[in-house]
Design a protein around this ligand. Structure first.
Ligand code: FE2
Ligand code: FE2
Length: 157
C-alpha cells in the first residue's frame, strides 16, 4: 500500500523542524560552521518543498479551501512568504563569525522561524488530510514521491 501523503508530509516537516533545532544548538555553542551546515540543509530542502507545494498543493486546495477560518489559501501563501523572508534574514548573518552578544541578538530570528514553521505544519496537516483523497492519483503520486525523496535526504544525517 502506498504511504499516506499526509503522513509523509508530516514526517518531512518534523525533519525540517529538526534542522532548525540543530541550527539553534550549534548557534548557542557558537559553532558557526555547524550552524551554517544545518541551516543550509534546511533552507535547500524547504525551498524545494515549498516549490512543489506552490505548484501542486495550493492550486489543488484553492477551489476547496474555506474563505474564512482555518485553511484559508492566503494564510498558507502568507506563511510561505514569511518563511522565505526569515530564511533570507538568517542566511545573511550565518556566514559571519559571531561573538556571544551578536549570537544572542540573532537567536530570536531563528526562534521566529521555528514558530512560523510549527504553526505552518499544523495548518498544512489539516489541508493535506482534507486534500489527500481528492487529489488526482497522478498528482498524489508525484507529491508523495517528492516528499519521500526529501525525507530520505534529511533522515539520519
Ligand atoms: Fe508549506
Ligand atoms: Fe509543507
Amino acid at each position: 500500500m502506498a504511504p499516506s501523503l499526509a503522513v509523509v508530509h508530516d514526517a518531512l516537516h518534523r525533519l525540517l523542524e529538526e534542522r532548525v533545532w540543530r541550527t539553534l544548538e550549534a548557534l548557542v555553542t557558537q559553532d558557526g560552521a555547524r550552524a551554517r551546515c544545518a541551516f543550509e540543509e534546511f533552507a535547500t530542502a524547504l525551498d524545494e518543498h515549498m516549490g512543489v507545494e506552490d505548484l501542486l498543493v495550493i492550486p489543488a486546495w484553492r477551489p476547496l479551501a474555506p474563505r474564512d477560518g482555518p485553511g484559508r489559501v492566503d494564510h498558507l501563501e502568507g506563511d510561505h512568504v514569511v518563511l522565505v523572508r526569515l530564511v533570507r534574514e538568517i542566511s545573511a548573518f550565518l556566514p559571519e563569525p559571531m561573538d556571544l552578544r551578536t549570537t544572542l541578538q540573532r537567536l530570536p530570528s531563528v526562534y521566529r522561524l521555528l514558530g512560523v514553521l510549527e504553526h505552518h505544519t499544523v495548518r498544512e496537516d489539516a489541508v493535506y488530510r482534507a486534500l489527500e483523497e481528492r487529489l488526482a492519483s497522478e498528482d498524489r503520486a508525484t507529491l508523495t514521491a517528492a516528499h519521500l525523496a526529501l525525507v530520505e535526504r534529511l533522515r539520519d544525517r
